[in-house]
Design a protein around this ligand. Structure first.
Ligand SMILES: Nc1ncnc2c1ncn2[C@@H]1O[C@H](COP(=O)(O)OP(=O)(O)OP(=O)(O)O)[C@@H](O)[C@H]1O
Ligand SMILES: [Mg+2]
Length: 278
């Protein structure tokens, strides 16, 4: 991946032909005891695409992500990445070229922003060790390269001035961008973002949209979970709406937006929550 960015116009691909298949899920089911969190879901992501995943709270979005990224082995169904079934091991999945961020931010709070991004590089360097005790010349060279690349990525996500800040002292929105930088450091072909704008103000949300378009323009395919509908419909080429673990609709933003069942699913969800809150 090359972050020497050309100023490609940001925007959706807009109904063009689909590129090569990157990720394909067929009939994915994930059960937790008696609960079917994901029920027979088909999904695919192609090169050059930004795909959205929406649905009310508890619909199974994060669980589905976990099935796609090797955190969970689906109860049944298949997930292939460039035609290969990956072992259900997050590390192998990252190495194959899939990276993700988490709904609940998972950074090393006591490490600097730069160090957090450098951690993402370790899966691509020959020195598997995170410690620097045995540093010979080779390791030092790799470390210098990792550092330079991490700095480049921090600049790319808009955190060039925050390299030396401890992650835990950074504003929430910056921590989300830092997670994206760390994911990019693994040199992925596909990046999956679980609620990348949660807790962001409107200005940060607009910046996040621009960042995701720029990530796509680098040649990555992107999957995004979000509750912010305006964000999803402006950003994505196709959108899957999950409700109670099942695919309600899978189509273009226009198709999903105009389906009354999608609004019903959300309104129904919030009414339930209101009752619970009462
Ligand atoms: N590890 C688990 N064990 C048991 N049940 C789980 C587990 N993870 C998720 N669930 C349940 O599966 C369902 C789907 O949860 P999930 O977190 O995937 O939803 P979501 O769509 O990501 O929701 P949100 O928008 O709130 O993040 C919920 O009923 C949840 O309680
Ligand atoms: Mg979730």
């Amino acid at each position: 991946m090359n972050t020497a960015m050309q100023d490609a116009p940001a925007g959706r691909q807009g109904g063009g032909k689909l590129g090569a298949m990157v990720l394909e899920a067929r009939g994915v089911v994930m059960r937790f005891g008696g609960l079917v969190a994901v029920n027979n879901v088909d999904f695919d992501v192609h090169e050059g695409e930004i795909v959205g995943l929406i649905g009310p709270n508890g619909a199974g979005k994060t669980t589905f992500f976990n099935c796609l990224t090797g955190m969970y082995k689906p109860t049944s169904g298949t997930v292939t990445f460039y035609g290969q079934t990956l072992p259900p091991k997050p590390r192998a999945v990252v190495k194959a070229g899939m990276a993700r961020t988490f709904q609940n931010i998972r950074l090393f709070g006591n490490m600097t922003a730069l160090e957090n991004v450098m951690v993402g590089r370790y899966c691509r360097t020959s020195s598997a060790a995170l410690t620097s005790i045995l540093h010979g010349p080779k390791y030092r060279r790799e470390e210098a390269e990792s550092r330079a690349r991490a700095l480049e990525l921090l600049k790319f996500v808009g955190l060039g001035k925050s390299a030396e800040l401890l992650a835990r002292n950074m504003p929430y929105g910056d921590q989300r961008r830092l997670e994206i930088a760390r994911a990019l450091a693994t040199d992925p072909k596909l990046i999956l973002l679980d609620e990348p704008t949660a807790g962001m103000n409107p200005q940060e949300t607009a910046q996040a949209m621009d960042l995701i378009f720029r990530i796509r323009d680098l040649g990555l395919a992107v999957v995004v979970i979000e509750h912010d509908m305006r964000f999803i419909f402006q950003l994505c080429d196709r959108v899957l709406c999950l409700v109670r673990g099942e695919a309600l609709i899978w189509g273009t933003p226009g198709e999903v937006q105009s389906d009354p069942r999608v609004i019903e699913a959300y309104i129904g969800g919030s009414e339930l929550e209101d009752e619970e809150d009462a």
